[in-house]
Design a protein around this ligand. Sequence first.
Ligand code: G3H
Ligand code: ZN
Length: 284
Amino acid sequence: MLIPTGQLLQKATAGGYAIGAFNVYTLEGATAVVTAAEELQSPVMLQVLPSALKIGGRPLVALCHALAKDATVPVAVHLDHCSSQVLTVKAMIWGVSSVMADGSELPFEQNIQFTQYVSEIARGLGAGVEAELGRLSGEEDGIAVHQREALLTSPEQAEEFVEQTGVDALAVCIGNVHGHYRRTPELDFVRLEKIRQRVDVPLVLHGTSGLPDELIDKAITHGICKFNVNTELRRACLKATEACFNEAQTGQQPELTRIMEESVRAMKEVVSEKIKLFRSAEMT
Ligand code: G3H
Ligand code: ZN
């Protein structure tokens, strides 16, 4: 069943678990997420990036919507990392339950203005808004500590930001990065705790791929109630596709349906493993 994001996150906060928000690009990805969630009786989120939406447009949202509606578990559909006001509005009209208004590249004041704009429209359309404070990218992993600090979420700014923008969820930067962790991941739980004390909206952690199990567990205990997962799913899909080519007889190509089946199977494994870590199994 299709459920508003806010409802999923509030229930997760109250229940001491987190929702897995998985980036999907195709029918295979979305099917893997929903079937894993159904098998484990877990609420879940399907999220699409603007880059995928550029190719898939409204039909991609419609596909996620249809799978969500038919699912036997609660599913929300979300637009991830969007810095375009126009696209956030389009996606809401196309039916996403929530959008991430990503103004994290902007100076603080401009991020507030950008997010206020999206929040106002979202309220009118009944959608939820997630925003990010601090800056997180795949590049941040290799930089000096003092530079890294400057990109982490400030608890004081987080309080002001949430107050002024009225967002429904806040993505925090506490040492998490997108993509590969080039060194052992470290999360700043003291900072997370301070943010938690000042902000009462659900907190989100991006860059979950590659985070050790114990950090995920600790993050939930410290108030994270949504984890974004992309890289591990993509990797599983590509590996499964590659294996299909490798197993094909010399001079032959694999059947497309074989690739579809194998990529669903591989992505489903990743989703199931994450759902268990997020403590959301049996939480429908
Ligand atoms: O918004 C998506 C993510 O933050 C996913 O990060 O690719 O490191 O799992 P990841
Ligand atoms: Zn992200």
